[in-house]
Design a protein around this ligand. Structure first.
Ligand SMILES: Cc1ncc(COP(=O)(O)O)c(C=O)c1O
Length: 393
């Protein structure tokens, strides 16, 4: 290992991309600017025409973006990355280069609601249709592939039931059929799951969640080979989903502690899941780290470092029961996001699955009494005590 080419996750998180060794600021300077100026026209032409590398215009990407891109790519085990203004900007921009009117996408029904809306509201009117099949079964995905299939879109683990797509098996099928694969790995974070190691072509994260980790930044990343990122770059430039430099700087700071935070979140979430499994008012705990999870063996292979910071609880008494527990919690905030330092809870019936009919929710396995818990970095004993007192009411 050389100091410039570190192997450990946390060492990479601190050092890759950020200034190291040389005299000067130990943190990256922020260029909070919309444009860059040049000493003369010739210098501007050199950068503008690509004869020399350099910052030019913020929407095209700047050093503050590149630092985060390099760091997160190293953590995911990808060659390169691109930073975006939100997770949805990363997801939509990652699809556009690879699908054209008349093409098909194969995906799974239990995707993040915004991604489902993208397929239905933006892509379907462009005659880009999506077939939804069970992502836990590579054979079901293989059977859904037709002559027009250009892309397979996966998400793992899923929200809110923490189901897993069989990513490696599906990517093998896709590769043999020359179909590109995109994985939303937000719930896992780069600590727990590596898209490239599972054979994924493009891995996306809502960096608003674990990468940002403090409930204060909206961002997204796409990661993959240099060639794939080069294909995405003009789409980022012209769709315009660029990240604000000052927020990129905040993200760079946050990513340095990603390993510490997520390792703690893995541990605390497993402890909370174990403490609440078997509680008389909790009918079911959904967490891939529990032996009772139907895909626990797959989870151990696919997420070798841990199972993430989200679990869901099916609370006795339906929506009234789950609401009572949520309202009685003192540490956990009622809020729709995940991945931050403070524990947050939400009811999928009022958030991710509010647009579904009761029958559609039943078919999706979403009980009215489901409470999604996104565990922060509070101490496990305090969180367990908070849930126990809330359930006792
Ligand atoms: C799994 C997943 N993917 C993508 C997104 C979208 O990310 P953003 O809100 O940063 O656009 C979310 C947001 O909740 C998410 O949970």
């Amino acid at each position: 290992m050389s100091a410039r080419n570190p192997k450990g996750f946390n060492t990479k998180a601190v050092h890759v991309g950020s200034p190291t060794g040389d005299a000067g600021s130990i943190t990256s300077p922020i260029a909070q600017t919309s444009t860059f100026r040049f000493p003369n026209v010739e210098a501007m032409a050199d950068v503008g025409l690509g004869r020399r590398a350099g910052d030019f215009y913020t929407r095209y990407g700047t050093t503050n973006h590149h630092v985060v891109e390099e760091k997160v790519a190293a953590l995911e085990g990808a060659e390169a990355g691109l930073l975006f203004g939100s997770g949805m900007a990363a997801i939509s921009t990652a699809l556009f280069p690879f699908v054209r009117p008349g093409d098909e996408i194969v995906s799974m029904p239990d995707l993040y609601g915004g991604t489902l809306a993208l397929f239905h509201t933006v892509l379907a009117p462009l005659q880009i249709t999506t077939r939804f099949v069970d992502g836990s079964r590579a054979d079901a995905v293989a059977a859904a592939i037709g002559p027009k299939t250009k892309l397979i879109y996966l998400e793992s683990p899923t929200n809110p039931l923490l189901r897993l797509a069989d990513v490696e098996a599906i990517c093998k099928v896709a590769r043999s059929r020359k179909i590109i694969t995109v994985l939303d790995s937000t719930f896992a974070s780069p600590l727990n799951q590596s898209g490239p190691a599972l054979g994924v072509d493009i891995t996306v994260h809502s960096a608003t969640k674990y990468l940002g980790g403090h409930h204060d930044v909206t961002a997204g990343v796409a990661l993959g080979s240099r060639e794939r990122m080069a294909a995405l770059l003009p789409y980022r430039k012209f769709l315009g989903g660029v990240h604000e430099p000052i927020a990129s700087w905040l993200l760079e700071r946050s990513v340095k502690t990603l390993g510490l935070r997520v390792r703690q979140q893995n541990e605390t979430t497993l402890a909370l899941a174990r403490a609440l499994e078997g509680h008389p008012k909790v009918q079911k705990v959904f967490y891939p780290g529990l032996e009772s999870h139907p895909q626990h063996a797959l989870a151990r292979r696919q997420m070798p470092r841990g199972f993430g910071g989200v679990l869901s609880l099916q609370i006795e008494g339906g929506v009234a029961g789950a609401s009572r527990v949520a309202n009685r919690l003192q540490l956990a905030a009622i809020a729709p996001s995940l991945g931050g330092v403070q524990t947050t809870v939400s009811l999928p019936i009022y958030t991710s699955h509010a647009g579904l009919s009761p029958e559609e929710r039943r078919q999706a396995g979403i009980d009215d009494g489901l409470l999604r818990v996104a565990v922060g970095i509070e101490d496990a004993e305090d969180l367990i005590a908070d849930f126990e007192q809330a359930l006792a009411g």
